[in-house]
Design a protein around this ligand. Structure first.
Ligand SMILES: Nc1nc2c(ncn2[C@@H]2O[C@H](COP(=O)(O)OP(=O)(O)OP(=O)(O)O)[C@@H](O)[C@H]2O)c(=O)[nH]1
Length: 370
């Protein structure tokens, strides 16, 4: 029993799959992460994943994270120091952690040879990850290095009303188009409510529309469809296209039902990543490099034109510009002092101006107006 071959026929260890779990608060992300963690441990041979907890505010997680944001940033302290409320504190803690994400990625890449799955558990407040620069930086950084899939966790019992289902799907849709990554809808808590209704609504928009029509509040006092009803009808047509691009599985993080199907979907998504996401990533990288090169070429050609104009105006200028030969000799061996800031700091590199102390009795003559 194994989810996927961990090495290819050539004997080269294949890269691990990264699973980013995202979902509304209380949808069951942490419980789901623990469930897939225990599933991977139960395989023969066991295939323990590498887990990153990115929720700084969680008090307890049901799994042991390999990297935990709480070890790096104290969210309570951030709230105090920056005078923030809980959400601002979580966002700032994530921002601070993201400044170190290159180190995290370095560690993760080193682990890539020994694990088959890397799992990211994200903050409970969904928008802190999905609509922040930090969330985008973390997602892009990891997805450009390893095959990545988004697992969007849905609280199935709480999405059984057509309007709630629709708003959850719209949110999922916006995340899918933002990340452009392969996307798996995980209908969680199927032990409480099976997810068949959701699959039916996704496959047949007429079924969704009739569920909507039969729901109370869909018609006004004169029997006309309400504004909300008409809006959701139109939205369901829009979402029809979105449903074609994703996989949906039903899971119970409580009982473990559907976890095997989830990993099958991860495996299929890996192919989508390699066929669609990776070429797109390389295309946009090449486009970015081309734009940069075009800007450089343009500046250079303008500089050369300016030089040509100067030379035409004053043909002798170049003669006067010559250095004396002894000056040239002096400079020949001079080292160009380029500082690589990514190297180890050297003594005195960091001068914290806020801490510089004045000598006792030292007078400072501040400049005064007039
Ligand atoms: N019955 C049932 N309950 C579940 C399932 N998955 C999670 N829960 C419960 O749902 C509640 C929320 O689960 P969490 O895993 O804390 O959800 P979360 O999305 O991580 O929540 P945040 O920490 O707010 O992000 C807990 O009480 C879980 O026990 C499931 O598959 N079935």
């Amino acid at each position: 029993m194994s989810t996927a071959p961990s090495s290819s026929s050539s004997g080269i260890k294949r890269k691990p799959s990264v699973i980013i779990t995202i979902g509304m608060a209380g949808a069951g992300k942490s419980t789901f992460v623990q469930r897939i963690n225990s599933y991977l441990h139960s395989l023969d041979p066991p295939s323990p994943p590498y887990i990153l907890n990115l929720d700084p505010a969680v008090t307890q997680v049901p799994y042991e994270a390999n990297i935990d944001i709480r070890d790096t940033v104290n969210y309570q302290e951030v709230m105090k120091q920056y005078n923030l409320g809980p959400n601002g504190g979580i966002l700032t803690a994530l921002n601070l952690f993201t400044t170190k994400f290159d180190q995290v990625l370095g560690i993760v890449e080193k682990r890539a040879d020994t694990v088959d799955h890397i799992i990211l558990d994200t903050p409970g407040q969904i928008e802190i990850f999905t609509w922040s620069a930090s969330g985008a930086i973390i997602t892009d950084a990891i997805a450009s290095s390893l095959p990545t899939v988004v697992a969007y966790i849905v609280d199935t019992p709480r999405s059984s009303a057509p309007a709630t289902f629709m708003s959850n799907m719209l949110y999922a849709c916006s995340i899918m188009y933002k990340t452009k990554l392969p996307f798996i809808l995980v209908f969680n808590k199927t032990d409480v409510q099976p997810h068949d209704f959701a699959l039916e609504w996704m496959q047949d928009f007429e079924a969704f529309q009739s569920a909507l029509a039969s729901h109370s509040g869909s018609h006004d006092s004169e029997g006309e469809p309400t504004y909300m009803n008409s809006l959701m009808n139109s939205m369901s047509l829009v979402l029809d296209e979105f449903y074609k691009h994703l996989k949906a599985v039903g899971v119970s993080s409580m009982t473990g039902d559907g976890v095997k199907e989830f990993f099958d979907a991860v495996e299929e998504s890996r192919e989508v990543y390699e066929k669609e996401y990776l070429p797109e990533l390389e295309r946009s990288r090449a486009a970015r490099e081309k734009t940069l090169q075009d800007v450089k070429d343009d500046s250079m050609s303008r500089l050369m034109k300016d030089l040509a104009v100067d030379r035409a105006k004053n043909p002798d200028a170049a003669l006067h510009d010559r250095w004396a030969s002894d000056e040239e000799d002096d400079d020949d061996d001079a080292e160009i002092n380029i500082i690589d800031r990514s190297e180890e700091p050297w003594p005195g590199q960091y001068i914290d101006m806020t801490r510089a102390r004045r000598q006792d009795g030292e007078q400072i003559n501040w400049p005064r107006p007039s």
